[in-house]
Design a protein around this ligand. Structure first.
Ligand code: KIV
Ligand code: ZN
Length: 432
């Protein structure tokens, strides 16, 4: 039991979380082509990356981290390809990641020269265990590394005024760091960059590894939101990972606690257990009446593209998109859903039991909603017969037919479709 330390609590005396709900979407940043890509068994080739990039643009992402250009020639070439072949729409900003080392920074800036607008994203780890175990560095040394990287990026980018440069700094391992250290490093970086309210810089506060419950991450974000210097010139960004399975909750609470921006991946790809899932976040907003500004009206097309590019399947129970998430097998659920469909609300408010979202809003049909197996009662099979064949069976017949179907589904353990139900109906009643 003593092997893992409990996370130290943060005491806020005057809690003033701005909201209990999120009333406007954060700025979204997709890191599918960077954090997502670097976690794949086989990283994307340029064709897959380009296809993914174009799909991200199509659904409305305006900030896309496209590469870690100093890490591989493929990544460097991909950024050049986007710029040289003019593949980046005017309203889309690309982002490139770098560690704080002179040669890596030079290569990173070089990759993005000529873009209309580009975010250069500098990071170094700041938490005590990384300082001690990985780098053998003091707090002061960690701060100096961040400041030196910032200074060099400022110098190199100012030589290319044709690009609108935005600077982003991430104190990597923020969620495991002392807050005063994180603030000290971020303040020193912003002092060096000198952002203004008109030309803000981004301070991204990554979980890196999710190591506490989501309210703790939100408290850390709120503390930074209240205490960071030059707040009016800084966009606070969050970068949750999902190691405890609470990445979405962490992002939502962090936005309520003051974050302006969220970095994540579609369907939660990313290092280890993934980055926060941008699809779930966006559709959670949508189902509470907030337009997320991202278009998932054909979610199956988005899923197909992501599955093919990442070469990873999306789970059948994944929120909003999994094959089974709009399906009810159980009789009581089917009955409630049928009643909900029959009584659509006059004010247009969606109120169908067991369905938090209208499947049609994400391009799903109703066909898959009601499916019949041994768990289903008479409601499901009579619904399918009526929908597909126009038969409205009397109640007594529904009960009889349902028993016949249940005998079969119990014996086979399998699902039956509308066609099977019709065949059973025929053999029991029509062909006799
Ligand atoms: O998770 C992380 O800390 C990162 C940084 C590079 C932002 O991906
Ligand atoms: Zn990450």
């Amino acid at each position: 039991a003593a092997k893992y330390r409990p996370f130290p609590p943060i005491r806020l005396t005057d809690r003033t979380w701005p909201d209990q709900v999120i009333s406007k979407p954060p700025i979204w940043m997709s890191t599918d082509l960077r954090d997502g890509n670097q976690s794949l068994i086989e990283p994307m080739n340029p064709e897959r990356k380009l296809r993914f990039f174009e799909m991200l643009v199509k659904i409305g992402l305006k900030e896309i981290e496209v590469a870690f250009p100093s890490a591989s020639q493929t990544d460097f070439d991909f950024v050049r390809k986007l710029i040289d072949e003019k593949r980046i729409p005017d309203d889309v900003t690309i982002e490139v990641l770098t560690q704080s080392r002179e040669d890596l920074i030079r290569r990173t800036v070089e990759s993005a020269v000529g873009a209309k607008r580009a975010i250069v994203h500098l990071y170094n780890a700041v938490s005590p265990s990384f300082r001690r175990i990985v780098f053998g560095m003091s707090r002061e040394e960690v701060k100096q590394i961040a400041v030196a990287g910032t200074r060099l990026i400022k110098e190199l980018t100012s030589a290319h005024p044709e690009t609108e440069w935005v600077f982003q700094y991430s104190p990597e391992t923020f969620s495991m760091a002392e807050l005063d250290v994180a603030k000290e490093v971020c303040d020193a970086v912003s002092e060096e960059w000198q952002p203004t309210p008109e030309r803000k810089m981004i301070i991204n506060l990554p979980a890196t590894v999710e190591c506490a419950s989501p309210n703790v991450y939100a408290d850390q974000i709120e503390w930074m939101h209240r205490n960071i210097a030059r707040r009016d010139s800084i966009l606070i960004s969050v970068h949750p990972h999902n190691d405890r399975g609470t990445g979405v909750a962490a992002a939502e609470l962090a936005v309520m606690a003051g974050a302006d921006r969220v970095e994540g991946c579609l369907f939660g790809n990313g290092e280890r257990t993934g980055n926060v899932d941008l699809v779930t976040l966006a559709l959670n907003l949508y189902t509470q009446g907030v337009n997320p500004g991202l278009d998932f009206s054909d979610i199956d097309a988005v899923r197909k593209c992501v599955e093919e590019c990442n070469q990873l399947p999306v789970h059948p129970r994944h929120p909003y998109v999994g094959d089974l998430v709009f399906t009810a097998f159980s009789g009581s659920h089917q009955d409630a859903i049928k009643k909900g469909f029959a009584q659509q609300q006059p004010d247009g408010i969606w109120e169908v039991p067991y369905l938090p979202i209208d499947p049609a809003d994400v391009g799903r049909s109703y066909d898959a909603v009601i499916r019949v197996n041994s768990q289903s009662g008479k409601g499901g099979m009579s619904y399918l017969l009526e929908q597909e064949y126009g038969f409205k069976l009397p109640r007594r017949l529904q009960i009889e037919l349902s028993r016949a179907i249940q005998r079969i589904t119990d014996a086979t353990g399998k699902e039956v479709g509308a066609g099977d139900i019709y065949d059973i109906f025929r053999s029991e009643y029509l062909d006799r």
